[in-house]
Design a protein around this ligand. Structure first.
Ligand SMILES: [Zn+2]
Length: 341
């Protein structure tokens, strides 16, 4: 038996498929449009109630953390020791964050449990301290990947995912096979590979041709080594080219997001404030020196103390839930996903 709801009629009767019989069908199933509407209304009411219960705010801000090397003796304030990195992750666990990748963020695929907050872990410069595989292809202890996987194993639900912004440094590998093995490992284990230009150049003031060579060059290399087309780029030094669109689209690349270097949490991809050509990141540092206000500890404290500003998931990746008064901030492209409460 086939049921079909006809718009405008409001009542559809579908008879048993007994054509040619001539008699009245034994049973007649009736589905009214009102029934369907009532069911949909009920489902939506349940979603709204669930979103309100966890105070979902999918127009809230997302911290995108910017890491560099993970080494025992930091040379610059960009580096973290393995122990510091463990503590960084443990704090994120404690504050209810779940990692998503930069690619997931910019494409709006934020699939985390209700009440949780997304965080994006990004690693620049493809250094060996982030990932080095041992003789049997397992990440060496105290590399960023190994530590992230340890912490995730201890805390189920904390996804071991991150985005690696790659240059020709290729995690210190110079042999093509080893470069391919390392990138392939990332891909096979759910990590996200991003573009960080071929030679780590400052793109400010460069010609369009130079910008395309730098971005397209490494894109081509990544694709030939691991069949991956980066979805996002992180600009070296956070500097945009003369036309910021050059970092998004060019010969050999088509990015959905361009990440900068500082200094605030990022708008949700569903928010009007979201600019794919310039997404801010946060340096990972304690509240000291020039990091008193604008690095990770300060911002994570701020988001914790301002729960109405942080992105909180309703648990359904197909809806964008938020308190009604935030409606003016919804990006029009996501209107059909909206679930105000
Ligand atoms: Zn860099």
């Amino acid at each position: 038996m086939r049921l079909r709801v006809l718009g405008g009629v409001g009542l559809v009767a579908v008879t048993a498929l007994s054509a040619g019989c001539g008699s009245e069908p034994a049973t007649t199933k009736v589905v009214t449009k009102a029934d369907t509407a009532a069911k949909m209304k009920q489902e939506r009411a349940a979603k709204v109630a669930a979103a309100a219960k966890v105070k979902a705010n999918e127009l809230g801000q997302i911290p995108v953390l910017m890491f560099h090397r993970i080494i025992p003796n930091p040379g610059t304030t960009d580096d973290r020791t393995p122990q510091q990195f463990r503590n960084d992750l443990e704090r994120l666990v404690k504050d209810g964050y779940v990692p998503i990748t930069a690619a997931e963020m910019v494409t709006g695929k934020i699939d985390i449990p209700a009440g949780r907050h997304p965080v994006v872990l990004t690693f620049d410069d493809s250094s060996p301290s982030q990932l080095t595989l041992n003789e049997v292809g397992v990440p060496k202890p105290d590399t960023a990947v190994a530590i992230l996987r340890e912490v995730a194993a201890k805390h189920p639900g904390f996804r071991p995912v991150a985005t690696f912004y790659v240059t020709r440094d290729m995690f210190g590998k110079t042999v093509r096979e080893e470069q391919a093995q390392t990138l392939q490992w990332l891909k096979d284990n759910g990590f996200d590979i991003g573009n960080h230009t071929r030679d780590h150049v400052n793109l400010r003031g460069r010609s369009e041709k130079e910008v395309e060579e730098q971005i397209g060059g490494i894109a081509q290399q990544i694709n030939s080594l691991a069949s991956v087309k980066p979805v996002t780029i992180a600009l070296p030094y956070g500097n945009q080219p003369t036309k910021k669109q050059w970092a998004l689209h060019g010969k050999g690349y088509d990015h959905k997001g361009v990440f900068l270097a500082g200094y605030t949490p990022a708008p949700a991809p569903f928010s009007k404030a979201f600019d794919p050509a310039g997404i801010p990141r946060i340096r990972v540092m304690e509240k000291k020196g020039d990091c008193v206000q604008f690095c990770s500890e300060a911002w994570l404290d701020w988001l914790k103390n301002n729960p109405d500003m942080i992105y909180t998931s309703d648990g359904d990746p197909r809806t964008v839930a938020y308190p009604k008064f935030k409606s003016p901030y919804l990006r029009q492209a996501f209107a059909s996903w909206s679930l105000p409460y």
